[in-house]
Design a protein around this ligand. Sequence first.
Ligand code: 13P
Length: 249
Amino acid sequence: MARKPIIAGNWKMNMTPAEAKELISALIPLVQDAQADVVICPPYLVLPTAAELVKGTNIALGAQNIHWAEKGAFTGEISAKMLKEVGVSYAIIGHSERRQYFGETDETVNMRTKAAIAAGITPIICVGESLEERETGKTEAIVSAQAEKALAGIEVEDVKALVIAYEPIWAIGTGKTATKEQANETIACIRETVKKLYGKENAEAVRIQYGGSMNPKNAAELMAMPEIDGGLIGGASLKAEDFSKVVKY
Ligand code: 13P
């Protein structure tokens, strides 16, 4: 069974609602005939504006995080129910910037993943190694452990729909892309972990993206690799033309 490619733009902390309006309006006609699933993940504040704009288009909306609790005293956090109500269908979980700067752990990643699934929001679970970990040969152990912990307690019937993003930390925002072989090999290892936990059929259905300095120039060769099912795009998702070129690699 062929996996449908999925290209998602992680805007990170960029774009005011007004700027987003401009970007999304420019993007809609450029990607309307895309073969891949197209997702944009703007900042929370932009989601309601974005939801209005993408209504009736082939662009789906994602959040950059999601809290595990239904509601309550969690200052600064956003719940699955809130996201769902404004029309969000994906949530990035465990991005390395969250892990690095905001104390996100494998345990909170797991809790957020469960909350997303329970609300009918597709998690985009991020895993990836540091440069030091790669250079000391720990990449496979690190990404497998991250994937395994993120998936702990996830029911087998929920696995097929998941999206995982392999983002080597050293490739994020650095202009230094993993080679297509490195990306393919590490994604194969993540898929192997899913297979070990949930069997071959589920492992073959899960879509695993590559992320890290993916852009219009390198998208085609990365996407040609058999294990790479999509991209999680940072910098290049902030310009309509660039993002549309990645979408139509
Ligand atoms: P860049 O594409 O800017 O390297 O960012 C990748 C990323 O972190 C997407 O989540």
